[in-house]
Write a protein that binds this ligand. Sequence first.
Ligand code: PLP
Length: 391
Amino acid sequence: MKVPFLDLGAHHRGRFEAFHEILERTLSTSGFIGGPEVDGFEREWARFCETDHAIGVANGTDSIELILQGLGIGRGDEVIMPTNTFVATAEAVVRVGASPVFCDVEPDTLLMSGRTVEAAMGPAVAAIIAVHLFGQPVNMTEMAAVAERHSLVVIEDAAQAHGATWDGAKAGGMGHAASFSFYPGKNLGALGDGGAVTTNDSSLSDRIRSLANHGRDIGTHHGHLAVGRNSRLDGLQASFLREKLTGLDDCNAGRRSHHALYTECLPGLVRQVAVDPRAIAVHHLEVIRVPNRSDLMARLEAENIGFGVHYPVPCHRLEAYAEFRRTDTPVADRVCDEILSLPMYAELQEAQVRKVCEVIHAFTETLPPESASQAAGLADHQAADSAPAPT
Ligand SMILES: *Cc1c(COP(=O)(O)O)cnc(C)c1O
């Protein structure tokens, strides 16, 4: 039995006809850029995220950059973010002329926290980017408290968290603004690139809409108020996204049930990333921590099971980002060698999850006693790394 890491073919199979109809309709209306399909998707995406505004843009990276630019964050400003994120988060900060400050993450959730963000605080910090990594929301109660204490804005990078909630609130509506990616492999993916910004701030929404469309004065069309750029969601992708949005809640529910089955069937020596009880995660990735990762990878490969590593090198160790400020990041530095992402997508079959778990079981049984105790030690590290309870 083959178990791919991700199967977009299976994900789209039931919608081929709808996609063909969309293509025909777009050809007959020539609604390629902007138009009612983009407006419609923006309305539906804002409703889904429980925000007042959504602005469709060309991709997720642009959406982060446009939020920063719209907020006036740039040269001389610092922006705190976790070092274990996709490089795009840091890239967007550098592109607007600001500097990322890389902070550590908690050992159980692998997410930034009030504690790790406070450790990175400094006088030039203007914003925090809360990255809801792997489909798990950051503790936004703590982020809001830190932001208030230091008068900062919180931006959500929700590229992996479409539909996730923290304490009942939807990802996308908890920060000052949020960025989404609709890269095909994300929980909601276009048939190409796409992205969106969500916010409740009307004037920020207007500014971003203008910046993403050549700085155009939306009222006069030919007036240009700021040096903008071209970062638009096209009509075809907006239509595909509207079609796929109707299935997003079901897909997320499917991911949650696969996650529960992994929890039931994975051997005790393998640790899953913990989900906070106040969070509803959408399991963009199923991340485990294992000893002897390269041996397990070889085993999975031999059994035709796909996997990934998200991410093998923390941002502060990437050559392009070596110059930027960082805190000590002992957790991120260690876990990057232990993490492994297992197959996870809505169309995964129960038998496939069981197969992956069987192969991992067989693997842990062959571990020499010292790696077995190292594996057990993953739990001890966790206890040792944990912050004392807040007083
Ligand atoms: C995918 C991703 C992005 C970038 O989105 P693109 O649409 O690929 O530009 C940014 N941040 C995170 C955490 C992501 O996973």
